[in-house]
Design a protein around this ligand. Structure first.
Ligand SMILES: N[C@@H](CCC(=O)N[C@@H](CS)C(=O)NCC(=O)O)C(=O)O
Length: 293
């Protein structure tokens, strides 16, 4: 009798595991295989209007987008007063399988930096104009620092080390089951990617120390300048802003990186507020339904 019960339980567990695997595979396949022709901005597009495909605003709390790369791109579009329309979606680009991407004059362009390069060329914009070679090089180095080092430190914090807290704060508007499932996939994905990048092999404390040092470097380089390269905002500021607000503005999560900004780097705090005030006058409105108790 006992053996039969065990067998039945075993069978149920196997079926449940198979179902979860099937669901995971179908979610992955679904995100790869969608028809680009049906994507907004492919057909009947408005000429020179940037269709910015990014996660829905509602999936983030206290920031206008959960993707730092989407905030970087949207800030840059606002800086240059380019006409854009936010297309809220969970679909990744067909070319790079990442988000954000844009549809522009019927063409799909992926990767925030490549999009900026493409649009800069198209509209004849050059925000490095007049900058010394040294500043241009530093600007690139800081962009790489914020996107390839700092970002991991809070991705690990929110997706791996404090996954349950993050899940509670940022609810995907998809229902509890898919929400839990996609968060789990995110946790496993970020865990494995961060280990691949190297940083995920460190202890949480070592990872946060790297994030703290990245912020201190930005603070030192910023000094009392208005923006990182001087009086004019450039792409590196958009990139830094998109990443920093993910920790500085999401007060519901006690990011250790925010403590460094608040306690040691007042110039970084002012810098974030300056960009928010100048280019995101609608910040409160866009994030007001994101208040979290
Ligand atoms: N280098 C890309 C990075 C974009 C990126 O990492 N996007 C994340 C969302 S914030 C993503 O799509 N992740 C899914 C994946 O990498 O599979 C950019 O600048 O746009």
């Amino acid at each position: 009798m006992f053996e039969i019960v065990l067998e039945v339980i075993g069978g149920i567990v196997v079926i449940a595991v198979l179902l979860v695997i099937l669901l995971l595979v179908s979610l992955k396949v679904q995100s790869y295989m969608y028809d680009l022709k049906k994507v907004e901005g492919y057909r009947n597009y408005e000429k020179d209007l940037v269709y910015l495909h990014a996660f829905p605003r509602a999936s983030a709390k206290q920031v206008p987008n959960i993707s730092p790369f989407a905030i970087k791109l949207e800030t840059w579009l606002r800086v240059h007063k380019l006409k854009y329309k936010l297309v809220e979606t969970y679909k990744f680009s067909t070319k790079k399988s990442q988000i954000p991407f844009i549809m522009f004059n019927g063409e799909e362009i992926a990767d925030s930096q490549m999009i900026i390069q493409y649009l800069s060329k198209y509209f004849g914009l050059d925000d490095t104009e007049g900058l010394s070679a040294e500043l241009q090089a530093a600007s690139r180095a800081f962009r790489i620092l914020i996107e390839n080092s700092f970002s991991w430190t809070y991705f690990c914090y929110r997706y791996v080390h404090h996954y349950l807290l993050f899940k509670k704060v940022h609810q995907l508007p998809r229902g509890p089951f898919l929400n839990t499932l996609s968060r789990l996939m995110l946790k496993m994905g970020i865990n494995s990617n961060s280990r691949g990048a190297g940083i995920g092999r460190h202890t949480p404390q070592e990872i946060y120390a790297i994030g703290a040092d990245d912020i201190r470097a930005i603070s030192k380089f910023l000094g009392d300048k208005k923006y990182l390269c001087g009086d004019k905002i450039t792409v590196v500021d958009c990139a830094v802003f998109g990443q920093l607000v993910q920790v500085s503005e999401v007060k519901s999560l006690p990011y250790p990186q925010r403590d460094v900004i608040e306690s040691e780097c007042p110039n970084v705090r002012t810098y974030i507020d300056r960009i928010k005030g100048e280019f995101w006058p609608d910040w409160t409105m866009l994030t007001s339904d994101g208040e979290f108790e």
